[in-house]
Write a protein that binds this ligand. Structure first.
Ligand code: ADP
Length: 169
């Protein structure tokens, strides 16, 4: 059974992430989309909310599991007996950053290969941070995130600014 881990913050899940999950679910027996629990990184959505977004949007893919983990990715990958770690690449800058991490991970856990998957050209500029910034400033992120995430962003925005009325733009 060829298990691949797709780790990320997914804060929130975007259509760029979904594209990588859809593509790689055809390449491996099982994909574990794993939400990183990073206490030092302030997230907009809770771990449970991010897991739920992934679960809701991958329920049509029978070989995709959703989990979360803390600690070193390689320790988690070893526990899962994963043969691959998936990372998405948008730009050369992504590659430069990811290349060193992939090398360290290979040293620490040689049984897994890091597999880089190119972003779809439609989503090259899509990142969770851009989505959050646009959505929280009243911009539309329709088409960049799954519909359920679009709704979750609107609810989060309303919870953060309870005073703000829709016409205060
Ligand atoms: P991290 O904080 O680990 O980078 P992210 O949730 O931002 O977590 O991203 C998880 C993975 O998805 C990373 O490999 C990232 O490069 C990839 N990714 C993010 N956005 C896109 C996108 N628009 N297209 C393809 N891959 C993406």
């Amino acid at each position: 059974m060829k298990v691949a881990i797709y780790p990320g913050s997914f804060d929130p899940l975007t259509n760029g992430h979904m594209d990588i999950i859809n593509k790689t679910s055809k390449l491996f027996d099982q994909i574990v989309a794993a939400v990183v629990h990073n206490v030092s990184k302030q997230a907009l959505f809770t771990l449970a909310e991010r897991e739920e977004m992934l679960r809701e949007n991958t329920k049509h893919l029978s070989n995709v599991r959703v989990e979360s983990f803390s600690g070193l990715l390689v320790d988690y990958a070893r526990r899962k007996q994963a043969c691959a770690i998936i990372r998405g690449l948008r730009t050369v800058a992504d590659f430069e950053y990811e290349m060193y991490i992939a090398m360290v991970n290979k040293d620490l856990y040689p049984e897994a290969e890091t597999v880089f998957v190119l972003a779809d050209s439609k989503y090259i500029y899509v990142s969770s941070s851009i989505v959050k910034e646009v959505a929280l400033l009243n911009g539309s992120v329709k088409g960049l995130v799954p519909e359920s995430v679009n709704k979750a962003l609107a609810l989060k925005k309303a919870a953060l600014n309870p005073e703000e009325k829709p016409d205060e733009r």
